[in-house]
Unconditional design. Sequence first.
Length: 427
Amino acid sequence: MRKLFILTILAIALVAILGCDDRGTGIEPNDPGQTISGIGPGLDHAWHPQLGFQLRNPEERFFASVFIPEEALSDPPRPVPLLVLLAPEYGDRLHFFRAGLEDMVKEMTASGEIQPMLIYCMAGNRTFGGFFYGNSAPAGFYDDILCDSLIDFLQNERFSAIIDNPSKRGIGGIGQGAYGAFRTALRNPGLFSSISVADGPLDFDGSDGNSGLLDMFQTCLDEQHAYYAAKPDANTSDFDFRTDFDSSLTMPVSQMFIGGALAFSPNDTVVFFNPYVSVDDLAIDSSWQIAHDDTLTGGGDSTTLVTGVVNNATPGLDFDFHMPFDADGNVYQPIWDMWMRNNLENIHTAVGGTPLADMNIWVASNPNAKWNYHDQTQSWITFLGTQGYAVEEYDYSSFTDDPITEDEYLYDILREMLIFHSENFGN
């Protein structure tokens, strides 16, 4: 059943017509008149209409911070390469700076270990830990942002010192940011010349086609059942997959699947942006016509539909979603197929040819990485090899059998990433 809504959104109209402004990072920004390197002003940019319906982001902001080398602030500025880093799940715009990025870059640049570079650090969305940098209305249309649009914004609107040459541009990421970096590189051949990532969801069905995220289905349900059972007077046999599925921060695997479902298998698949804007004596009025489809393309399917998580004050914009597994933890193929269309191997096939042919590739992995990330990462490396790509591997190990997070090793990983990109940027 299709519903039609007319929304009057004055804030969106103001952004669309009057342009974009920036917020601070929480760290004191540099005076634009000073030539001081380090963390620059927040680059929180409004992307319209790409983030028009992203959950909990009414101002359509894409949050980021930037490391500015002193060379880029000299008069005249010295041209420098660009490195784009995507944060992992739950990572904000200062994620890499908290790991010591600023001091590290200054030290390594001063010693000549790396060359000066401008580093743009993008936040993962904090809602549900992130949306895999996917492409949907509730998740945000990241494919339309992470492309030449982003480069144009950085180079032509913010930093003229950035060298306008793909050979001087690199991209990297951790966790979901690793997936986002490769997704961006695959969909935009030739935009970057180097990519560096560490353990992430790089092959959804794993090395044997039956592991990866599939192995996490039961873990997700175990979280849900334990959370439900802890409620007063709860009876686990009464748990209703559709309405009782919860998104508590105490359930990180559940949050990961919710974010992925909103990106890859949202229930509402038809959203049209049809702005009508009139300006009368400086009064701005804007109406948005949204065709909101309550069914998946080809007919309704409520087998794994979850309706109780996203509740929006605007009628119809509650953005329900479908899980790739049922209430018993079994794969539900129609929805899992939607996820697999977003798997890197299938994106590579859909793009065609060898989209990574002109890129230098660096991948780090740890046998004890969380959420089957190591197996997924190794499987992706194997696939890249079958396609004729050379991959520089970096292994980092821990002295425990417990799953570790990349953040535990982020300082060391960042050092290796910086060296890799600097060498690939050349002289």
